[in-house]
Design a protein. Structure first.
Length: 229
């Protein structure tokens, strides 16, 4: 082998080695770029998660503050409600109304006077019974003396049984309950409760006192609220 051929072989080997190094360097650059993109994606996800956690923490702090405020207010408001309830029970008793006719309780923070369905209506009917009219006569006197200026919500309730005898007259239990509420409201207005303060609501079976007892769910409730509620 002469010197010329030897130089050519050496040069060729050098070029091949250089090409191999260049390829490896390019692979390293690609790997680096992929790693950077992966890290940037993780960083973005982490930032989003941090923002979500921050919003969640702020929301929990707001809820906690509201709960603390409610706890501070609860003892006083509870005592007022208890005192009012006891006074109303005494007023009902003084008006000749027994617990079996009208039951008084606080429900959802409002005074509710419940009249059992067997006192006011026959099954499937919206005609007030003689006993029902007598109860409402006495109740109207209590409402006028103790709750002048208050709004009176008359709310009708049924059980979950489908209407049978009068199903052609009433579209649903809700319809029946609203008609019963209207019958009670109309009678109270006739006994001196201002019509402008009376509201009727028909719940049908959708607001039971006790889901396991149909007899207590069939009722009319008179809910006393502030005029602007």
């Amino acid at each position: 082998m002469n010197i010329h051929r030897l130089l050519i072989l050496v040069a060729s080997s050098s070029l091949l080695g250089l090409g191999s190094c260049t390829a490896r360097y390019q692979d390293m650059i690609r790997d680096r770029d992929e790693t950077i993109r992966d890290l940037e994606g993780r960083l973005s996800s982490t930032r989003d998660e941090n923002q979500r956690l921050k919003r969640d923490l702020e929301g929990r702090e707001t809820d906690l503050a509201a709960a603390r405020n409610q706890l501070r207010a609860t003892p006083a408001s509870t005592k007022r409600n208890d005192d009012e309830l006891e006074n109303v029970k005494r007023a009902l008793k003084s008006g000749g109304l027994g617990d079996e006719e009208v039951s008084a309780r606080m429900r959802r923070g409002k005074l509710s006077l419940g009249i059992a369905n067997q006192v006011t209506f026959s099954p499937g009917s919206t005609d007030l019974s003689k006993t029902g009219r007598s109860v409402l006569d006495r109740l109207a006197g209590v409402l006028q003396s103790r709750f002048a200026g208050k709004s009176i919500w008359v709310e009708g309730h049924t059980d979950t049984d489908p209407i049978q005898k009068t199903k052609g007259k009433y579209r649903s239990n809700r319809h029946l309950s609203s008609e019963r509420a209207d019958a009670v409201a109309t009678y109270l207005v006739q006994r001196g409760i201002p019509d402008t303060r009376v509201v009727i609501v028909g719940h049908g079976p959708n607001d039971p006192v006790d889901p396991s007892r149909k007899d207590v769910n069939r009722r009319v409730e008179i809910v006393v609220t502030d005029a602007n509620d």
